[in-house]
Design a protein around this ligand. Structure first.
Ligand SMILES: [Zn+2]
Length: 277
């Protein structure tokens, strides 16, 4: 599967692919590349990929990769084992430094002039985009007694994005201080405002900004959520996150139109998509 905007932002990559490692691939110590993986590897290595068995020409079979996350340069064999090139095969090896387990997600990422390779636990992969280190700061600005709180910045993968608390307040007003996922959920009263305490969330994560021309810090992209469901959309399991994203996306035609996004895109922004093998 090809990297979407979120994965590109997370890895600082211009392109990339990912798929699940099967038990068989782990056991056989070889991965047959498919679709986008073949395309990416062929584009990077050009016509230097050896045709034939590794043992026929070990020097030509060995290719250099940068190992995620350390950046260590490792050498793995990558060849077309058969003359007519129907398959492109990568040999994984613990000795060489890369031997993902069955069930892990392995990926190739084009970053600068290098091709990175890595393997992560399924849960680790799905949690990569979770959390928001500056969120408390942003919610505090929205709920402060200051009538015009200053714009707060958040840094994602080395880039800084602005979040305007005044827009957040607009969003809460529009939602009539109710949670947009569960209007009936119990809310406490915010001390500073005397109003029900609801938080503001950027539905398309700011990490994806690089993919869009228009600012993601806009009313169309803001949703009001109770503290419970706000934490859930950041940290809940995939099975619990999917229905939240689905229901919140229904009726958001302005968001869909402005950013040209589908429900499928939205689920990918939350790393909720099913991962092909
Ligand atoms: Zn949030």
């Amino acid at each position: 599967m090809r990297f979407g905007p979120l994965q590109k932002a997370l890895f600082g990559a211009s392109d990339g692919t990912y798929s699940a490692v099967t038990d068989r691939e782990h056991y056989d110590s070889q991965i047959t590349l498919t679709g986008n993986e073949v395309e990416l590897a062929e584009k990077y290595f050009g016509n230097t990929i050896h045709i034939g068995r590794v043992s026929d020409n070990p020097a030509a079979a060995a290719k250099e990769f940068r190992l995620y996350p350390t950046g260590e340069r490792i050498s793995l064999n990558l060849v077309y084992p058969k003359e007519d090139k129907p398959e492109l095969r990568l040999y994984i090896s613990a000795t060489a430094g890369f031997k993902p387990e069955g069930g892990q997600v392995w990926f190739l990422a084009r970053k600068g002039g290098d091709l990175w390779i890595g393997g992560l636990d399924g849960n680790h992969w799905k949690s990569l985009a979770a959390g928001d280190p500056r969120d408390t700061d942003y919610q505090e600005a929205i709920h402060s007694t200051n009538p015009s709180p200053e714009i707060r910045e958040v840094e994602v993968s080395g880039r800084t994005y602005a979040r305007n608390p005044a827009l957040g307040r607009e969003c809460l007003k529009r939602a009539r201080y109710q949670c947009e996922f569960d209007a009936g959920i119990g809310l406490f009263t915010a001390r500073a405002t005397g109003l029900p305490y609801v938080e503001v969330h950027h539905f398309i994560p700011l990490a994806c900004q690089g993919y869009f021309d228009e600012s993601l810090d806009c009313l169309e992209n803001l949703i009001a959520l109770s503290p419970h469901w706000h934490r859930a959309i950041h940290y809940a399991s995939i099975t619990e996150t999917i229905p939240v994203v689905e229901r919140l996306f229904v009726g958001r035609s302005e968001l869909a139109a402005k950013f040209d996004v589908t429900l499928e895109d939205m689920l990918r922004f939350y790393q909720c998509e099913a991962i092909d093998q």
